[in-house]
Design a binder for this molecule. Structure first.
Ligand code: NAP
Ligand code: GLV
Length: 326
C-alpha cells in the first residue's frame, strides 16, 4: 500500500476537519496557541504534500516556491489575502477557501457590533460594573435609533447581502456601494445603489464587507470619514487594512464620526498599548466574525474536503484560482 500524503495543519482546528483528514492523510498539527513562526511554517511546508492554513499564516512566494511536494493549499477562511495566489497559480497549486458557511455568523457579529455601538453597550456595562448606577436618568447613555435610519453597505457580496436581509427587521433604508451593480439583488432585497461618496454622506451606519485587495486597501482614510455624518457609526468586519487606523483614530477623537466598532484591526492582534483602546467611542473585538461552534465546525470540514480533493488531484469544491485547471 502506498504511503498516505503528509499534511501540515497550522493550528488545532475543530474535530470535524481532523476526523475527515484521518485515514486519508498523515496529519501533523501545530499544537501551539500562536501561529507557527514564518521559518517554522516554511520548514514544515517544505516536507508536506498539503497545507491547511489560517488567515494568520503568511503564505508567500518564497514559501510556495521552496515547497517541492506541495499539491494543495487549503485555507480555513473565506478571505485569502494572506496567500500569494499568483505564485500558487504559477506552480499549478490550487488554493481552497471556505465561502458561504460563515456568511450568517459573520453577518450576526456585524449586527451585534452595530447594535452595541448604537446603544453604547460596553460603556453601559462599564457604568454598572464601576458602581455608578444610582437611579434611572432621562439622559443617561443616549444612543442612536435604528428604525428608519439609513444603512450603507460597502461590498454587497455574500456577507453584505446577509447584513442587508437583517436590516429589513429594523425597518431601515439600505444603500450599497460595490464594484458591480446588482439589479436583481436591488429588487429582491430592496437596496439602492450609491456611488461611494454619496453612500458615505447619506448613511447613518456604514458597514464594510469587501475583501482586502490592492483596490480596497485604505479605502477608508480621513477624507472618507470627513464625508460621513457626525452622528454616523462605522463598522468593519472585513479586514483591518481597508481602514487607515490613524485616520479612524483622528476621526473618532475629533468626532468627525460618532462611533466605530471593529472585528478586524491593524495590526492583529492589537497591542495593549494601542491608542485605539483608549477611545470611549470605539468597540474592538478580536476577529471573531465566524466564531460560532457550528460555523467553525463547518469551516474545518470544508477546508479538509478541499485539502483531500487537492491531494487526490481532483477539482477543489471551493477553489479561488480555478486557472490552475486550464
Ligand atoms: P464576497 O461574497 O466575495 O463579497 C465581497 C463583495 O465585495 C463582492 O460583492 C465584491 O464585488 C465586493 N468588492 C470587491 N472589490 C470591491 C471594491 N474594490 N469596492 C467595492 N466592493 C468590492 O465575500 P464574502 O464572503 O461576503 O466575504 C467578504 C470579506 O469579509 C472576506 O473577503 C473577508 O475578508 C471578510 N470576512 C471576515 C470575517 C471575520 O471573521 N471578520 C469572516 C468572513 C469574511 P463583486 O460582487 O463585484 O465581486
Ligand atoms: C475570516 O476573516 C475569513 O475570512 O473567513
Amino acid at each position: 500500500m502506498s504511503k498516505l500524503p503528509l499534511v501540515f495543519v497550522t493550528r488545532q482546528i475543530p474535530e470535524t476537519g481532523i476526523a475527515y483528514l484521518s485515514g486519508r492523510a498523515r496529519i501533523e498539527v501545530w499544537e501551539h496557541k500562536e501561529p507557527p513562526p514564518y521559518q517554522e511554517l516554511v520548514a514544515k511546508t517544505q516536507n508536506s504534500d498539503g497545507l491547511l492554513c489560517l488567515l494568520t499564516d503568511r503564505i508567500d512566494r518564497q514559501l510556495i516556491e521552496s515547497s517541492p511536494h506541495l499539491k494543495v493549499i487549503s485555507q480555513m477562511a473565506v478571505g485569502y489575502d494572506n496567500i500569494d495566489i499568483v505564485a500558487a497559480t504559477e506552480k499549478k497549486i490550487p488554493v481552497g477557501n471556505t465561502p458561504g458557511v460563515l456568511t450568517e455568523a459573520t453577518a450576526d457579529l456585524t449586527w451585534a457590533l452595530l447594535l452595541a455601538a448604537a446603544r453604547r453597550i460596553p460603556e453601559a456595562q462599564k457604568y454598572v460594573k464601576d458602581g455608578l448606577w444610582k437611579t434611572w436618568e432621562p439622559t443617561l447613555l443616549l444612543g442612536a435609533d435604528l428604525t428608519e435610519a439609513t444603512l450603507g453597505i460597502v461590498g454587497l457580496g455574500r456577507i453584505g447581502q446577509a447584513v442587508a436581509r437583517r436590516a429589513v427587521g429594523f425597518n431601515m433604508r439600505v444603500l450599497y456601494y460595490g464594484r458591480t451593480r446588482k439589479p436583481e439583488i436591488e429588487n429582491s432585497l430592496g437596496v439602492e445603489f450609491r456611488q461611494f461618496d454619496s453612500l458615505l454622506a447619506e448613511s447613518d451606519f456604514v458597514t464594510v464587507h469587501a475583501p482586502l485587495t490592492s483596490e480596497t486597501k485604505f479605502m477608508f482614510s480621513y477624507k472618507q470619514f470627513q464625508r460621513m455624518k457626525e452622528t454616523s457609526i462605522f463598522i468593519n468586519t472585513s479586514r483591518g487594512l481597508l481602514v487607515d487606523s490613524e485616520a479612524l483614530y483622528r476621526a473618532l477623537c475629533e468626532r468627525q464620526i460618532a462611533y466605530a466598532a471593529l472585528d478586524v484591526t491593524v495590526p492583529e492582534p492589537l497591542t495593549s498599548q494601542s491608542k485605539l483602546l483608549s477611545l470611549p467611542n470605539l468597540i474592538i473585538v478580536p476577529h471573531i466574525g465566524s466564531a460560532s461552534y457550528k460555523t467553525r465546525s463547518k469551516m474545518a470540514l470544508m477546508a479538509a474536503v478541499n485539502l483531500i480533493a487537492g491531494l487526490n488531484q481532483e477539482r477543489l469544491p471551493n477553489c479561488v484560482n480555478p486557472d490552475v485547471y486550464n
